[in-house]
Design a protein. Structure first.
Length: 629
């Protein structure tokens, strides 16, 4: 018997315990880093902006105090700030001799909006912003994310204590081998979808409790999901659509908007453009015809409070109360209209706990990227719904778990994985992929998907050059390149391998020809599992004259940074090279599955063969590349 069929409640209690371990581990790591890690390291890691110039302060449309900050140095470093992340303002203290004496933390806030090097942070009304514009050496850094954990603990507690309701039913169903219930009707035809996609949409519509759309790389998971949502909206008035990351929520919201669906996006988008902003709650709220009136009432309240005499004044209180209730009335009216018109409410899983959704219930909840979300995060949204549709791929990136103990205990096992195992009948595998040359796809299909994934005929033989090998592995062991350790937690670099990687790419570009690359906009992704190697490669590309004309077509990032993306050419720098065949977290093969399946037409791997091929997966991959060459 599996460890969770004994008792669903027991299993979830165990999950809560593991989440506590993870919480304490992350909190401790944050404390240690805050005390020990130099400011430059934080800036380099993308966890801090320093120095920043502090811009205007204002109240946003949601009546929150907001401050604008702009990063003035190190603007080429990719940062980790995004909507909803907690941050803290600080000043850098220095000794008389100019030596760094550590940071003085000022006050915290939450990122409301990031666009390039400009960020808007929402702060408490009491935050001492007055002196900030004139203070020297001000910076902003990531702060420990207490809120997300609180929401996950709260969600688990509710599920554990649920009795006799829909939430309790789903909890018990997901943990047992009991068959999920379905409606029965003749399949609906969707001539524009392939057979597996059509089946997936029909299975979603038939599901009373749960259905899973398993989408390997390039198989059109989003297309299928959008179709399923569109069809569900013929039967239901409104659905909730969530995902683990802001980026995934944006992507699906954009696709639904393109289909003419009215989407209300709770939270701000990652990619800031007018199209994305136009369906955010904040923008719609501010664009409402009643908003100017609400704004002037709020402004009056603020002014009255500022200019108030210190003596007790009854009429003052009455006046404030009258204005406040008028403001509340307007706010309720605007919200009722916005939520009344929307067919899809879209947010991240944690965003579904927003006070705007308080008391709301939905017939169907769709969770995209479900294989990247901790189970506890899924329950935050599930408690608002009576049936759940999960989409994702548990053979790609797993959720991030920092504590080894929590990982070993099973915190990384997602709800999607659990249901796939318990209820295979609820899963539809999408089998035709439209991204990769057949040869690039075949290895991933055989190793991860039992050979079930096939290439669509039109892309089977796609390539850039005639008689080209779609896959190449360049053995770096002849270069005497060795991995070096750079700073704790920051990872490893391999300088010789980085040199070789760029030389190989330069040669390939020369073969294709400059005119063709620029005219056809042939794009390239350089992936390394290690952040330090990514930064080294970025620096080298900036310095290399050869790559100047192609800079807009080349992106360098970690595996996580390429999630959900694709490029014509992908180059992977594996970094690891040592005498004892240690490959660290490269042994999490799901990451490698993501890396190799980003390429449409050409995949180049640079790596130390003697080190890597001690692991059966990499040995098999190396043999596969050699055979096909």
């Amino acid at each position: 018997m599996d460890n969770y069929s004994s008792s669903p409640v027991q299993y979830l209690r165990q999950q809560r315990l593991l989440l506590e371990i993870e919480y304490n581990c992350e909190k401790e790591e944050f404390r240690r880093q805050t005390e020990a890690m130099g400011l430059q390291r934080k800036v380099k890691r993308g966890d801090a902006w320093f120095p920043v110039s502090v811009g205007k302060t204002y109240y946003n449309s949601l009546n929150q105090k907001a401050v604008e900050v702009t990063r003035t140095q190190d603007t080429e470093i990719e940062h980790n700030f995004e909507y909803g992340r907690p941050v803290v303002f600080f000043t850098e203290r220095q000794n008389n001799n100019g030596k760094d004496k550590g940071a003085k933390l000022l006050f915290t806030g939450t990122v409301s909006y990031v666009d390039g090097d400009r960020m808007v942070v929402v702060v408490a009304d009491s935050a001492p912003l007055t002196g900030l514009q004139t203070t020297e050496n001000v910076g902003v850094q990531m702060f420990f994310d207490e809120t997300t954990y609180k929401l996950m603990f709260d969600a688990l507690d509710r599920v554990i204590n649920a009795k006799g309701n829909r939430l309790a039913y789903l909890r018990d169903l997901f943990a047992s081998r009991q068959k999920a219930e379905t409606f029965s009707f003749d399949p609906i035809r969707f001539p524009w979808l392939n057979a597996a996609q059509e089946e997936a949409v029909n299975n979603v519509l038939r599901a009373k409790d749960v259905a899973i759309v398993h989408g390997p790389p390039g198989t059109g998971k989003t297309t299928t999901l959008v179709e399923a949502i569109y069809e569900t909206l013929r039967r239901e008035n409104q659905v909730l659509v969530c995902a683990q990351s802001n980026m995934a929520v944006d992507w699906i919201s954009e696709r639904l908007t393109d289909r003419g669906v009215n989407v209300l996006r709770i939270g701000n988008p990652t990619k800031v453009n007018d199209k994305m902003l136009s369906f955010t709650y904040e923008r719609r709220f501010a664009d409402h015809p009643d908003y100017p009136q609400l704004w002037s009432i709020r402004e009056t309240i603020r002014k009255l409070r500022q200019n108030r005499n210190r003596r007790r004044d009854e009429s003052f209180h009455q006046k404030i109360e009258r204005l406040k209730s008028r403001a509340t009335e307007l706010e309720i009216r605007i919200n009722a209209q916005l939520f009344g018109e929307a067919r899809v409410i879209a947010s991240t899983l944690t965003g579904s706990a927003n006070r705007l959704l308080a008391g709301q219930k939905y017939g169907t909840l769709f969770i995209d990227e479900a294989a990247q979300a901790l189970e506890a995060a899924c329950w935050i949204a599930i408690r608002r719904a009576s049936r759940v549709i999960l989409a994702g791929d548990h053979c790609q990136l797993p959720p991030t778990v920092k504590s080894i103990a929590a990982l070993r205990g099973g915190l990384g096992t997602t709800l999607m994985e659990r249901i796939v195992k318990q209820k295979p009948e609820t899963v539809t595998l999408l089998k035709t992929q439209y991204r990769m040359n057949e040869q690039i796809m075949r290895f991933s299909s055989d190793w991860f998907y039992g050979g079930m994934v096939e290439a669509a005929p039109q892309i089977k033989y796609r390539g850039i050059l005639d008689l080209d090998n779609p896959m190449t592995w360049i053995d770096t062991s002849e270069t005497d390149g060795r991995e070096e350790f750079v700073g704790e937690n920051f990872g490893r670099i391999n300088r010789a391998e980085a040199e070789l990687t760029l030389n190989v790419l330069e040669k390939y570009f020369t073969k294709i020809g400059k005119t063709r690359i620029l005219e056809e906009r042939i794009d390239t992704g350089i992936i390394s599992p290690y952040r330090a190697q990514v930064q080294l490669l970025r620096k080298m590309i900036r310095k290399k004259e050869f790559f100047k004309p192609y800079r807009s077509l080349i992106s360098v990032n970690t595996v996580d940074g390429f999630q959900g993306q694709e490029r014509d050419i992908i180059v992977i720098s594996l970094v690891r090279a040592n005498a004892d065949g240690q490959i660290g977290f490269l042994s999490d093969l799901r990451r490698m599955n993501v890396a190799i399946t980003r390429a449409r037409m050409k995949l180049i791997i640079t790596g130390d063969v003697p080190t890597m091929t001690r692991h059966p997966f990499y040995r098999k991959l190396y043999e596969y590349v050699c055979e096909n060459n």
